[in-house]
Design a protein around this ligand. Structure first.
Ligand code: WT7
Length: 637
């Protein structure tokens, strides 16, 4: 593969950026020309941010899997597409060439078809990090079904909510998953979820752990049995469904400031072009490089930068089943040496946790294969940046700090490895095609450098969100109504004297816990389901490893056993309702909450208390009951 759109040097970046702003359609048309289309577009872009209505590559026809698989077969079919490192380092590594991956995807697409799946159907996937997850995702795309991957750490209730919202009649899961020393049940969690979803027609189960599972007659089938049938039938190729550029490719649920996660919708053409373009440019991928993204496919990073972007670029990607700390905190470095990883893309929370476990885990590794390091998910603090740079990159690897979101589909603001300069804790400059602006509280654009504001994007880019599934108005409300004619990111941001962007964090009621987005309202709803709880308020606070920890203030009418016991019980309820990732780190029992006379909780005050920053609480005189603040401060946990 060659990448005619790969930027070579700093001047090249500025030239591309300028072109992309002066002539966005010409710019993207040129990039899109190096992809495989069944039919090219009649028009590059149609948009308005009011409705919103965003369409890229209008009336173009394609199938993204022909770009990720088929087009590599002739010249690069024997290149490795996926190296799979199992949870247990002593188990066998699997390597799939592009030919093999293509064959597996085709076979599984036959399985989907045999089980009744048609173009446009929604399919929920709840699986561990095994190649079959990538195969299933691609098979959905090949047949034109809309995948909705649900992170393996979500609870039965979270699964049910998503299956119902997407009206998904098909589920693909595993018996269980290995994660570090733990064996996690998956099918039994799906079974619990499906008691609420009688409309589900088929559940396809891949056996990974061999744990015993219940298989419901006429509904549940084994992946392997179905595969056997396809192999016996002698069918190999599965002709890809022809998709319109704007047909839905997938739904991915993400939290917002309301209690209900929303289904972010991405479509085929623009998403393909932008994820590939950004992958090749940000990481400066060169054919033959081994690229390791440590994210889970359950999040957008896994969709865009484990599956679609790298595969469309014909890259060799490494997929890891386990966790960074098992068998010990040197696992990433062990994998890096074992597979001679050249590009490592991970998250600040992982860096901080490995940093805390000591240099002895790093020092016994060589790490000389590394060329480029990447960070994503939350602001990377300078200490973690320096450690990553010095001890992992040995001072010679550029670090790309990539800012983006589930909704943006691809990396928006980042330096380009070795091409544009890095600056610790700064995402730096927008990618070509991305037009960020900062706005003040009145919605006015803040111009010039050395300024701050809320981060918006004022022009469409190919991989942007198209709608929120089943509720377009919610999409408009959430992203396009705060500031006229702008996409609002929900992040606060600084622009330094040189024009580098530094994301400071969410400005809405969304927490970023270990790089995972969790809405405070969602956690409150879960806590309020706990026996005896009258009301709760949740805020984030600085946490050494997670970046943000979850602090819950809870009013309860009675406490079962003692307070510690009750805290654990509440955490258990949250794990049941949302998943273990949303468990509060701290629970403080209070008799009241600081509220305005109109009954609105003053989160600003609670946030300050949780941060331990009680000197600057600001004006509390407008509170309904100012005395409650002192009581809460005294009881801080
Ligand atoms: C939120 C999006 C993008 C994939 C992973 C998270 C924060 C993300 C950075 C970064 C500072 C970052 C933002 C953003 N964020 N990357 N490099 N520097 N903040 O996806 O769950 O959609 O969360 O993560 O606050 O809005 P997500």
């Amino acid at each position: 593969m060659s990448y005619p759109y790969q930027i070579q040097d700093k001047e090249g970046y500025f030239t591309s950026y300028e072109q992309s702003v002066n002539d966005p359609e010409g710019f993207w048309e040129n990039v899109a020309n190096s992809f495989l289309w069944r039919k090219k577009w009649d028009k590059v872009l149609e948009w308005d941010f009011k409705t919103p209505n965003i369409k890229w590559f209008l009336n173009a026809k394609l199938n993204i899997t022909e770009n990720c698989l088929d087009r590599h077969l002739e010249n690069n079919g024997d290149d490795i597409a996926i190296i799979w490192e199992p949870n247990n380092p002593n188990d066998e590594v699997r390597k799939l060439t592009y030919k093999e991956l293509h064959a597996e995807v085709c076979r599984f697409a036959h399985i989907l078809k045999n089980n009744g799946v048609k173009k446009g159907d929604r399919i929920c996937l709840y699986m561990g990090m095994i190649p079959e997850l990538a195969i299933a995702v691609l098979a959905c795309a090949r047949i034109g079904a809309v995948h909705s991957v649900i992170f393996g750490g979500f609870s039965a209730k979270s699964i049910a909510d998503r299956v119902i919202d997407a009206n998904a009649e098909y589920i693909i899961t595993c018996d269980g998953a290995y994660r570090g020393a733990k064996e996690i049940p998956l099918k039994s969690v799906v079974d619990d979820a499906l008691t609420q979803c009688p409309f589900v027609k088929k559940v396809i189960v891949y056996e990974r752990t061999g744990t015993s599972v219940s298989m419901i007659k006429d509904r549940d089938v084994w992946w392997d049995d179905e595969m056997q049938k396809v192999i016996e039938s002698g069918l190999t190729d599965f002709p890809a469904e022809e998709m319109d550029s704007e047909d839905m490719l997938f739904i991915l649920y993400t939290s917002g400031s309301t209690g209900k996660p929303k289904g972010v919708v991405h479509t085929c053409g623009g998403y393909m072009v932008y994820t590939t373009y950004s992958f090749v440019n940000v990481f400066q991928y060169k054919p033959g490089d081994v690229y390791f993204c440590t994210a889970d496919v359950g999040w957008i990073t896994g969709h865009s930068y484990i599956i679609y972007g790298p595969l469309a670029a014909g890259a060799t990607g490494l997929m890891f089943e386990g966790v960074p700390t098992w068998p010990d905190a040197g696992r990433f470095w062990d994998i890096t040496d074992k597979h001679k990883v050249n590009i490592l893309y991970t998250a600040p929370t992982a860096i901080r946790s490995l940093m805390a476990s000591g240099l002895e885990h790093v020092e016994k590794h060589d790490l000389r294969s590394l060329k480029v390091l990447g960070s994503v998910g939350e602001p990377i603090n300078e200490e973690a940046w320096e450690w990553f740079h010095k001890y992992i990159g040995k001072g010679k690897c550029p670090i790309v700090d990539t800012w983006w979101q589930t909704e943006t589909g691809g990396i928006m603001i980042s330096n380009l490895a070795g091409v544009t300069p890095a600056k610790p804790a700064h995402a730096t400059l927008p990618l070509p095609g991305i037009q960020p602006v900062l706005v003040d509280e009145n919605g006015n654009e803040v111009e010039g450098n050395g300024v701050s504001g809320n981060l918006c994007i004022k022009f469409p880019w190919p991989s942007m969100i198209r709608t929120t599934y089943g509720d377009h108005e919610r999409c408009r409300q959430t992203y396009f109504s705060t500031y006229e004619n702008k996409y609002f990111t929900g992040d606060g941001c600084l622009r330094d004297e040189d024009g580098n962007y530094r994301i400071t964090g969410r400005v809405d009621d969304v927490m970023n816990v270990s790089g995972h987005r969790i809405g405070t309202a969602e956690v409150e709803n879960a806590i309020n389901m706990h026996d005896g709880v009258i009301e709760s308020a949740v805020v984030g606070y600085p946490h050494d490893v997670k970046g943000t920890g979850i602090y819950a203030f809870v009013i309860t009418e009675h406490i079962h056993h003692d307070e510690d016991h009750a805290r654990n019980d509440i955490a258990q309820t949250v794990a049941r309702v949302i998943g273990p990732i949303a468990k509060p780190d701290k629970v403080q029992f209070v008799t009241g909450l600081p509220k305005t006379r109109s009954g609105k909780i003053m989160r600003r005050i609670l946030r300050k208390i949780a941060e331990g920053n009680t000197d600057s609480l600001g004006d509390t005189s407008t509170l309904l009951d100012p005395a409650i603040v002192d009581e809460i401060i005294k009881g801080k946990v």
